[in-house]
Design a protein around this ligand. Structure first.
Ligand code: ARG
Length: 270
């Protein structure tokens, strides 16, 4: 009888172990978990409470290529950027600029879009070119390369959780300019009467998908999916749907190194 009890408890313990493992073992293998900050039109934003945008469409197209289901979490940008490193998300897709500083802490896919930092000012502003930013107060989104640009140039800075808050500070007269990614600058300016975007690009940056440092297997798979989407013309199709012309300038991986530190070098060139 004693033996029997022992056997039963061993079996019970085993069953419990399996149960614990199953619930602890991370998410479904067939689900691609993605972190984003849907405050970045037209790449990712909310429309009637739904996440839409070029990178949302791109993410679904990639997941489809991988034969995986996509699960998107909308969180703060700095949290999204750090997301893959924590193991909570497989990828972060959020208009993320791949640069050498970030490469120390994360894997990047091949780049898929070329962007720059741009300046938003009020229509009647005395700021006409980048050089006029000297001595001015500039707002930006927290944790972004735009913020880094302002810091590197030692301008007075006001960082906000979202780009929308950063431009609200401009229209409220709290700052003289906003520095944010060019396409987003155009989208935000269009929504805010009395503002305009200066044409002069401040940096050259490339967007890529962020993954956990060393997650080379998934990085490779995603690169393959991206390459296929490019070859099929699907990527250009997705981006042009959101008025994001790629100008045929879909950069190849080799170019990434040369331009990845554009922000710092632009700052150093000052
Ligand atoms: N490209 C900039 C960066 O990587 C800004 C990205 C902000 N993205 C967003 N979804 N809010 O820092």
């Amino acid at each position: 009888m004693k033996k029997m009890v022992k056997l039963v408890s061993v079996i019970l313990a085993l069953v419990m172990c399996v149960g614990v493992f199953a619930s602890c073992s991370k998410k479904d293998d067939n689900v691609l978990t993605m972190a984003t900050n849907a405050e970045f039109p037209p790449f990712e934003y909310l429309e009637n409470g739904e996440m839409v945008g070029a990178e949302i469409d791109m993410a679904y197209a990639i997941a489809e290529k991988l034969g995986m289901e996509l699960e998107i979490s909308n969180i703060d940008f700095d949290a999204a950027l750090a997301g893959p490193a924590t193991g909570k998300y497989d990828v972060a897709i959020s208009g993320i600029t791949a640069n050498d500083e970030r490469r120390k802490n994360m894997n990047f896919s091949d780049p898929y879009y070329v962007a720059s930092q741009a300046i938003i000012v009020m229509e009647n502003s005395e700021i006409k070119v980048a050089a006029d930013l000297k001595g001015k107060t500039i707002s930006c989104q927290e944790g972004t390369t735009g913020e880094q640009f302002i810091l590197d140039n030692k301008y007075d800075i006001q960082s906000y959780k979202t780009g929308a808050d950063a431009i609200a500070a401009l229209t409220a007269g709290k700052v003289d300019a906003v520095v944010i990614d060019d396409a987003v600058a155009r989208a935000l300016s269009a929504e805010n009467q009395g503002t305009k975007v200066l044409e002069e690009p401040l940096t050259k940056e490339e967007y890529a998908i962020a993954l956990k440092l060393g997650n080379d297997e998934l990085t490779e798979k995603i690169n393959k999916a991206l390459a296929e989407l490019k070859a099929e013309g699907k990527l250009v199709e997705i981006f042009s749907k959101y008025n994001l012309p790629m100008d045929g300038e879909v950069v190849v991986a080799e170019d990434a190194e040369a331009t990845s530190d554009a922000v710092t070098s632009a700052a150093e060139a000052e």
